[in-house]
Design a protein around this ligand. Structure first.
Ligand code: FES
Length: 161
C-alpha cells in the first residue's frame, strides 16, 4: 500500500483503461461496450474502475453499478481462471447432480458464486446446460463432462491448472 492508503494499481491495466475511455470520449450510450472492454482488461470490474467510468461519463456511480449488476455478463468480483458450471436442471437433478456439486464444493472449499483464493476456480450456479442426455453434467470452461459420479470429480479438476 502507498502512503495515501490506496491499493497499488497495476499501471498497465489502468493505462489501458485510460486509452479505452479516450477512445469512447463523447460517445453517449457507450457504457456497455466500455464495461465489456474494461472487464476484458481487468478480468472483472473492480470498484475503482467503475468509479473511473462513472466519472468519465459524468454519471452517478449508482447508475454504472445498476448496469453492471443487471447484466449477467459482468462480474464485480475476481473470477477464477476456470469456471465450473454444475448443472442443476431437472434431468441432472434426478440423476444426482446435488452430489456432484457437493463433491466439487468439498474439493475446492467454495460454494457456487465463489472463487478459490488462488483464483484457479470459480463455481457458477446454472440451470440446464442443454446436454440432458449426458446427465449429470458439468462444464469446466467450454468443456462438457457428462455421466458424472462424485468420484470422477478430483481427476477432472486436476486437469485444470
Ligand atoms: S438438466 Fe442438466 S443438462 Fe439439462
Amino acid at each position: 500500500m502507498c502512503a495515501c492508503n490506496h491499493q497499488p494499481q497495476p499501471n498497465s491495466e489502468y493505462a489501458r483503461l485510460a486509452e479505452l475511455l479516450q477512445e469512447y470520449k463523447d460517445q453517449k450510450g457507450a457504457l456497455i461496450p466500455v464495461l465489456q472492454q474494461a472487464q476484458h482488461i481487468f478480468g472483472y470490474l473492480p470498484e475503482p474502475v467503475l468509479k473511473k467510468i462513472a466519472e468519465h461519463f459524468r454519471m452517478p456511480l449508482s447508475q454504472v453499478y445498476g448496469v453492471a449488476t443487471f447484466y449477467a455478463q459482468f462480474h464485480l468480483k475476481p473470477r477464477g481462471r476456470h469456471v465450473i458450471r454444475v448443472c442443476q436442471g431437472t434431468a441432472c437433478h434426478v440423476r444426482g447432480s446435488a452430489k456432484i456439486l457437493e463433491r466439487v464444493e468439498r474439493e475446492l472449499g467454495i460454494k457456487p458464486g465463489e472463487t478459490t483464493e488462488d483464483l484457479r476456480f470459480t463455481i457458477e450456479p446454472v440451470a440446464c446446460l442443454g446436454a440432458c442426455g449426458l446427465a449429470p453434467v458439468m462444464m469446466v470452461d467450454d468443456n462438457t463432462h457428462g455421466r458424472l459420479t462424485p468420484d470422477m470429480i478430483p481427476d477432472i479438476l486436476a486437469k485444470y491448472e
